[in-house]
Design a binder for this molecule. Structure first.
Ligand SMILES: *Cc1c(COP(=O)(O)O)cnc(C)c1O
Length: 380
């Protein structure tokens, strides 16, 4: 099956033996009757398994070219489950330009529990190896990065990970499997904030993991069940529905993203525009190989380069909504320094380019003329 067919049918066989409903029913139940102790049809209690969640998990595994999918109550709950694979003293190498909430989870929760994190720039993958030692257990990659749109070479990371027998996890939230398939490039774990493009309609918070390896999957299923950060069946249904239009939404996000990026770059009140589709983007060549297109996420700085100019711009938007999050059908604008990345110290964030005048756009699937008109008037 090809990707566009998988988004609609992937992993979905025999979904409703009772009545043949085309969509999996929402199994709003905590428990399942047994004919004799242990005599059940594969489900006992909805923390360990629920048929609607299973339908979603199978779909997730299918669209990521994996074998096993797991759905969690949020993206961070999914990352939390990955980190529980490790024990005090283990080291994790993470990109230094990552989602602020991931950074907070790493440093404020898991560092306190004894895991050690090294945050490094990964745009040049050959610089990762010098940070690997006998305690290293995981390389954590986010690409494109949030919010600087840096591109990390997944295949190069995977070669290093295999050479040193460490796991490679990729946060694939920004790219989605429509644009990028990390398992095919050698990654071991794919993580998503399904809250974003997979759900796609800004109406559900959810996270997911997809892996190929049975033993790794079993360990993660155990953590999912034992720690209990699962999603409910209604939310599983919504994300399953979102996935069915992922390919056409992404196609339009990319088309609109390209138009908006080019418009911004040509505007005198804009300074830098960060978008991997530009030929002079530092890792454009890698983006071109590992991604099918360049996505709808764009960051830029104002020519005035002040906090005031950025704040004024976002306050004046009319079609774009000033809000956290991304990946929904509607266009959103964010101010990372005061919103998504406020949990990263100013000094740390400015080192990676998250300055006070930086604005991040999640370009939606509205008419591109309306989006550009709105940006024009707000910049004016
Ligand atoms: C939103 C986001 C997360 C966290 O996901 P939640 O669903 O909000 O918990 C992790 N990584 C990236 C790249 C994100 O954008």
């Amino acid at each position: 099956m090809k990707f566009n067919t998988k988004t609609i049918h992937g992993g979905q066989h025999n979904i409703d033996p009772a009545y043949g409903s085309v969509m999996p029913p929402i199994y709003q139940t905590t428990t399942y009757s047994q004919t004799t102790p242990g005599g059940h049809k594969g489900f006992e209690y909805s923390r360990s398994g629920n048929p609607t969640r299973t339908a979603l998990e199978n779909a997730l595994a299918s669209i990521e070219n994996g074998e096993y999918g797991l759905a969690f109550g949020s993206g961070l709950a999914a990352i939390d489950a990955v980190l529980k694979l490790f024990k005090p003293g283990d080291e994790i190498i993470s990109t230094n330009d990552l989602y602020g909430g991931s950074y907070r989870l790493f440093t404020k929760i898991f560092e306190g529990l004894g895991l050690k994190f090294r945050f490094i720039g990964m745009q040049d993958a050959s610089r990762i190896e010098e940070h690997i030692n006998k305690n290293t257990k995981l390389i954590w990659v986010e690409t494109p990065t949030n919010p600087m749109m840096n591109i990390i070479d997944i295949e190069a990371c995977s070669k290093l990970a295999k050479k040193h027998k460490v796991l490679l996890a990729v946060d694939n939230t920004f790219a989605t499997p429509y644009l990028q398939q990390p398992l095919d490039l050698g990654a071991d774990i794919i993580m998503h904030s399904a809250t974003k493009y997979l759900g796609g309609h800004s109406d559900v918070v959810m996270g997911s993991l997809v892996v190929k390896d049975k033993e790794l999957a079993d360990r993660l299923y155990f953590i999912q069940k034992a720690s209990g950060a699962i999603c409910g069946p209604q939310d599983a249904f919504l994300v399953l529905r979102g996935i069915k239009t992922l390919h056409i939404r992404m196609q339009r996000h990319c088309e609109n993203g390209e138009k908006v990026a080019k418009f911004l770059r040509s505007h005198p009140k804009v300074d830098k525009v960060y978008w991997p589709g530009f030929e002079d983007h530092p890792n454009h060549a890698i983006a071109k190989v590992q991604m099918k297109d360049f996505g709808g996420m764009i960051s830029f700085t104002t020519a005035e380069n002040t906090l005031e100019s950025a704040v004024k711009f976002v306050e004046n938007l009319k079609v774009f909504t000033l809000a956290e999050s991304l990946g929904g059908v509607e266009s959103l604008a964010g101010h990372p320094a005061s919103m998504t990345h406020a949990s990263i110290p100013k000094e740390e964030r400015e080192k990676i380019g998250v300055v006070d005048s930086l604005i991040r756009l999640s370009v939606g699937i509205e008419d591109d003329e309306d989006l550009i008109e709105d940006l024009k008037q707000a910049l004016g």
